[in-house]
Design a protein around this ligand. Sequence first.
Ligand code: ASP
Length: 371
Amino acid sequence: MPAPLRRALSAAALTALLLPLGCSTALTTKREEEKLMSSSDDVSKPAPRWGIVIHGGAGVIKRESLTPEPEAAVRAALAEALQAGHAVLAKGGSSVDAVTAAIRVMEDSPLFNAGKGAVFNHDGKNELDAAIMNGRTREAGAVAGLHHVKNPITLARAVMEKSPHVMMVGEGAEAFAKQQGVELVPESYFFTEERWQALQRALEAEKKQQEAPPEPGQPQGPSTFYETPDGSDHKFGTVGAVALDQSGNLAAGTSTGGMTNKRFGRVGDSPIIGAGTYADPRCGVSGTGHGEYFIRYGVARDICARVEYLQLPLLEAANQVVLDVLVKAGGEGGVIAMDSQGNVATPFNSTGMYRGYMGPDGVPSVAIFKE
Ligand code: ASP
C-alpha cells in the first residue's frame, strides 16, 4: 500500500479510536497528525477526555424521605454547577477555573452545606472551610473558620495564587480576603431556617442525653457520627469538584460548613490537603463524609498514591480506600475522583451521595443513590 494511503487510513483509524472516548478535535492539522503518527507509543493511549465531576455531599439520604420537589431542586442545582464548570472547559479554560465556577454555584445555593446553606455550629454561627489544588503545579490554597466570606473557594484560590502560603484560618484569613477584594457578607447572609432548625434539634437531643446519660456499656450518643442525635433523616451537603481540562491538567476543590453543632473551632477534612482535597498530575479527589476519618486516613492522597505507586486504575484505587479501608475504620462518606485520562470514580459507603458528571458532550448526568 502506498505510504500516503497507509498514513491516511491509520489517521482515520486513530480518529475513530479517539472520538468515542471524547477527544475534542476531530480535525487535526497535517503537522499534528504526523506528530501523533510518529509517536507510535502514544497511539494506544486514549486522548484525555476532559470533563468535570462534582458532589453535593454524602450521608444518610433515604429514598422514601426525599420527596420529588426537593429531589428535583437538588438535581437541577447539580446540573447548573456542572454546566458552569463545563462552560469553562469547553472554551479551553483551566481546570482550576472550572472547579471554582462549579463550586461557587453550589456555595450560592441554600441547598448545600457550603456558603449560603452552611450548617450552624454550637454557638449558632456559620463557620466555613474550603480548599483548592492545582494538579499540574501542586499549588494549593485552603481556608478554615470563616464567618463572612461569601464564597470560601474563591478565598482558598486567592491563598493559592496570591500568597506564599497554603492555609489561612479565622480572622487572619478574613483580613486577607479584605485585602484581596474577596466578597465579604454579614453573618446573617448565611442564615437558612432549615439549618437553624437542625441545630435546635441537635442541641435539644444533646441536652436530653446529658440529662439522662446512657447506662455504662450502652452506646454513648449516636451510633454513627452523621446520624442526627434525634434519629431523623440527615444529609450533609458539603460540595466538591474535580476537573480535567483540554490541556490534560487536573484540579480539585471542596467547600463546607462542616457539621451541625460543631464546637471549639473544629475543622474537618475538606480544607486539609491530602485528606478531603488533593490533586496531582495523575489524579484529583474531593471527599465528603466523616471528616475526622478522612484526615486520619489521608483519604484523598491515599487514593492518588495508589494510582501513582501501585499503578492501579483510578476506580480500583478509590474503591479500595472508600469501600474497604474507610469501612473497616468506621468512616462514613464518599469521594469523587478523576484521572489524567478523564476516567471518573464516585464510590461512597453511605446510603447516598449527591453527585454529577459532564464530559465533552455537555450532557449532565446526576445521581443520588446507588443507581
Ligand atoms: N467532611 C466534612 C467535614 O467533616 C463534612 C461533610 O462532608 O459532610 O467537615
